[in-house]
Each structure stands twice: as structure tokens, then as C-alpha cells.
Write a protein that binds this ligand. Structure first.
Ligand code: CMC
Length: 436
């Protein structure tokens, strides 16, 4: 029970609303009884001040640059856990024991094969299709081949289906890439780990076998972990909203994929690379793009900078910035875009426009350069984000369907359109042959 209340005075009448406190001392006014008590609603476009749920999954302190999954700092997770263990942590709430990890890995391996009839779907997509559109379509289509689960399903069925989805998602992603290249698909292998399997399905070919590099596998694990959850971001909110209508899991995740594809969200990693390439091609490119970003008459934004929550630094960006140079050196690659990225960030850090608005490099700024170095093509960058975010979407969806106050999400609005008026007579029909 709360012991503090916020008071709201409207027309001389005072209403009390409980102040709820989170485990890290954050406070929130519970206005769930507002309309009942006052007849009024709140307006909060883009939900800048709205907490949509109680959650035990991810904690972020944007001012201090803190990110924790299930209470554990992201810096420790990337050092100690693999992506599969992180997925388990998010979905099941605890770091798996040795036995749990073995079982989970076995289930992921056993479920990696996509129904063969679904493989033919890929032939129907045009060669230039963006893999994110293919992913969203294919994940939605899983509901026609595999047993569905929704908010009313048994826990064991949900566990089975979500594990299968985490496994098969990776196969679909690699198949989508192979098809976009016009190459034969490579099937998953039971002897490979989650990330190694994915890389092999992406890059192995009948004419040139792929050599799995443990350095690249470890980097991929890290990148997926950093993207694995981020509390109530746009795509996760889409997942919770769509899922609240008791839609099946596949349709729900498909909504998350579509939301993530936008350039203001996960699509930013691909947009960063486009931007860095353009800067590279132009003399004085850095200054030009900084000026564009600051020009209020120009809709351009500096891709990979800014975040709704992080106002001092993005801890994910801090982690991969260090890896960026290291992995390029290790792989013996020189990328002129890295030097541009470093200088751009340097200039941003000294620029009042960005300082005063709390705009710093976010996770998408350096991830693209790393993906490029390890051979992931640009149109797959956002798919990599989705692959990482999938356990987060699943855990958030599970939390939503299991919460006590679960209801269909249905915000209200303040209507500001025309007042009641009569329908005018329609204009006389000039072309009698046309049936309006
Ligand atoms: N370049 C230039 N100006 C910017 C940028 C940017 N990247 N981001 C924000 N601003 C300005 C914005 O114009 C506004 O200025 P003013 O106060 O003068 O009107 C101020 O900063 C606040 O911006 P906002 O749009 O109110 O901030 P937001 O919290 O709604 O948007 C954001 C957050 C991430 C959408 C935005 O910073 C942005 O568009 N960044 C570029 C795209 C990007 O990198 N997205 C990836 C986000 S991290 C991965 C993920 O979790 O999805």
C-alpha cells in the first residue's frame, strides 16, 4: 500500500492519487482511478510522461547511463554471459544453471529447422525486398504452420513456442539474406552454437565453405546481448499493445519487427552507415552534416545520436565503441568510416547544440561499423537488432499476459474536431455513369 499521495485540485475539489515507488526509488503517480473520480483524462502525446506498466525485466536510469537486465548491469552481462544465457535470463528471470543452460541450448538446436514448405515462401519475395519486411511476413506466417499460443495458453506451451521462435527466427533471418543474394539457403547444424550457426547459415556456400571465427562469434554474442531488451521502447510497446488484444505470439512479434524497422528506432543502424558514407564522399562532409542536423528548416537528424531516455551517455554505445577499434584491428580491416565516426562524435561532444539537448551517440552509432567489419551486409543490420531484441519482446509479452491488471490497451483522446453539424447535400452528379 502506498503511504504517500499526490493531490489534484480541480474547481476547488481535491482528489488524492497514490504515489507508487519502484525498487530503485523512482516515483509514479497512479492515476488509474482518475476518470472515475474526476471525469477527466490525461493527455500525454508520445507518452513522454506515461508509465504503461509495472515491470521486473529491465531497469534504465537515463541520466546516469545505467542499463540492467533482471537487476544485473549490462557491463557484467556482456562479460559473463552468452546471448543464449541472456535470452534465458530475460525470458525466465534467472541466469540458467548448468543443467538449465544445457536443456535450453538443446531445445534451441532441435527447433532450428524451418518447416520445409515455408522455405518456398522466400521465392515469392522480389530480390530487392528489405529483409525486415520479409522477417515480419515470415514470422506472421509461422502461425499457419506451427501451433499458436496466446495469452490464454498453458505455460508449458508458451515455453515450447517461444523457445522455438528464438531458434527459428535466426534461420528465417539467414534464409532471407541468402534469398536476397540469389544463393541457395544453408540449413542449421546441430553441432554449432546459436551465433556460430547463424553466421554459418549466412556465409557458408557450396563453393566456399565458411570458416567460423570465434572472435566474430563472440562479438556477435555481445551485440545481440546489448540489444536484447530496453524496457518500454517503441517496438516493445507495439508488442504489448498488439498482444493485449489476445493476438497470437507470432502476429504480436511481427508487429514488433515492423515497429523496429523505422529509422527513428532500429532502422537507425542502417541509416548511420548511409550517413557516414555520404559524409565520406563529400569534402567538408562532417561540418555539412552537423549544420544540416542543427538547421531547424531541415528535417535531417544526425543518425545514431540522441535517445528518449539516455541524456548523458548510452551505456551500450560506450561498450561497443571500445570494441569497434579492437575488432577492426584484430580482423586486419581498415574502415575509413570509423575515423569519420570518431571525428563526428568528437565534434558533437564539443557542440553546444548537442550538449544542451543531451544528445550523445547511441547504440546504433557504432554497431553498424562492427557489423560491416564482421561481414554483415547493411540491409541486415536492423534484422540483427531484431534477432537480439526477440527475447526482450518475448519476456515483455509474457509479463503482460501474466499481469493481474491485464486489459486490452485502449487509450482515449481529446476530440478537437468539428462540433455536431448536419450532413450537407452531396454535390450533383456530373458523370451519371460513375457510381459513387
Ligand atoms: N540530430 C539532431 N537533432 C536532434 C537529434 C538528432 N539525432 N535528436 C534529437 N534532436 C533534437 C530535436 O530536434 C529536438 O530539438 P529542439 O528541442 O530544438 O526541438 C531535441 O533534440 C529533442 O529531440 P526529440 O525529438 O524531442 O527527442 P525524442 O526523445 O523524441 O527522440 C530520438 C529520440 C532517438 C528519436 C531522436 O534523438 C532521433 O531522431 N535520433 C536519431 C535517430 C536514432 O539514432 N535512433 C536510434 C535510437 S537508439 C536505438 C533504439 O533504441 O531504437
Amino acid at each position: 500500500m502506498p503511504n504517500e499521495y499526490a493531490e489534484l485540485s480541480i474547481n476547488g475539489k481535491t482528489y488524492k492519487f497514490p504515489i507508487m515507488t519502484g525498487s530503485e526509488g523512482e516515483n509514479a503517480i497512479d492515476i488509474s482511478g482518475l476518470r472515475k473520480k474526476t471525469g477527466m483524462i490525461t493527455i500525454d502525446p508520445s507518452f513522454m510522461n506515461t508509465g504503461s506498466c509495472y515491470s521486473k525485466i529491465t531497469y534504465i536510469d537515463g541520466e546516469k547511463g545505467i542499463l540492467r537486465y533482471r537487476g544485473i548491469p549490462i557491463e557484467q552481462i556482456v562479460e559473463k554471459l552468452s546471448f543464449v544465457e541472456t535470452a534465458y535470463l530475460l525470458v525466465h528471470g534467472t541466469v540458467p544453471t548448468h543443467k538449465q543452460r544445457k536443456t535450453y541450448s538443446r531445445l534451441l538446436t532441435e527447433n532450428s529447422l524451418l518447416h520445409e514448405d515455408m522455405r518456398h515462401f522466400f521465392d515469392g519475395f522480389p530480390r530487392g525486398a528489405h529483409p525486415m519486411s520479409t522477417m515480419a511476413t515470415m514470422v506472421n506466417a509461422l502461425s499457419t504452420f506451427y501451433p499458436n499460443v496466446d495469452s490464454l495458453s498453458l505455460k508449458e506451451d508458451i515455453d515450447k513456442t517461444t523457445t522455438r521462435l528464438i531458434s527459428i527466427f535466426r534461420t528465417i533471418a539467414a534464409f532471407a539474406y541468402k534469398k536476397s543474394k540469389g544463393q541457395p539457403v544453408v540449413y542449421p547444424r546441430h553441432d554449432l552454437s546459436y551465433c556460430a550457426n547463424f553466421l554459418n547459415m549466412m556465409f557458408d556456400s557450396p563453393v566456399k565453405p565458411y570458416e567460423i571465427d570465434p572472435e566474430i562469434v563472440s562479438m556477435m554474442n555481445k551485440l545481440l546481448i546489448l540489444h536484447a531488451d530496453h524496457e518500454q521502447n517503441c517496438s516493445t510497446t507495439a508488442v504489448r499493445v498488439i498482444g493485449s488484444a489476445q493476438v497470437n505470439l507470432y502476429a504480436t512479434i511481427s508487429a514488433g519487427i515492423n515497429a523496429l524497422s523505422g529509422p527513428l528506432h532500429g532502422g537507425a543502424n542502417q541509416a548511420v552507415l548511409d550517413m557516414l558514407k555520404k559524409i565520406n564522399r563529400k569534402k567538408g562532409g562532417i561540418q555539412l552534416y552537423l549544420d544540416k542536423a542543427k538547421d531547424k528548416n531541415d528535417p535531417f537528424r544526425l543518425m545514431g545520436f540522441g535517445h528518449r531516455l539516455y541524456k548523458t551517455f548510452d551505456p551500450r554505445a560506450k561498450i561497443i565503441k571500445k570494441d569497434c577499434r579492437r575488432i577492426l584491428e584484430k580482423l586486419g580491416k581498415k574502415d575509413p568510416l570509423l575515423a569519420i565516426a570518431m571525428e563526428l562524435e568528437d565534434r558533437v561532444l564539443k557542440d553546444d547544440y548537442f550538449i544542451s539537448r543531451g544528445l550523445y551517440a547511441n547504440v546504433d552509432f557504432y554497431s553498424g561499423i562492427i557489423y560491416r567489419a564482421i561481414g554483415i551486409p547493411e540491409n541486415m543490420f536492423t534484422v540483427m537488432f531484431a534477432l537480439g531484441r526477440l527475447p526482450g519482446w518475448i519476456s515483455q509479452w509474457q509479463e503482460m499476459i501474466r499481469s493481474d491488471n491485464r486489459k486490452i490497451v485502449r487509450p482515449r483522446q481529446l476530440y478537437i474536431g468539428e462540433k455536431l453539424r448536419d450532413c450537407p447535400e452531396p454535390p450533383e452528379l456530373l458523370d451519371v455513369s460513375y457510381n459513387y
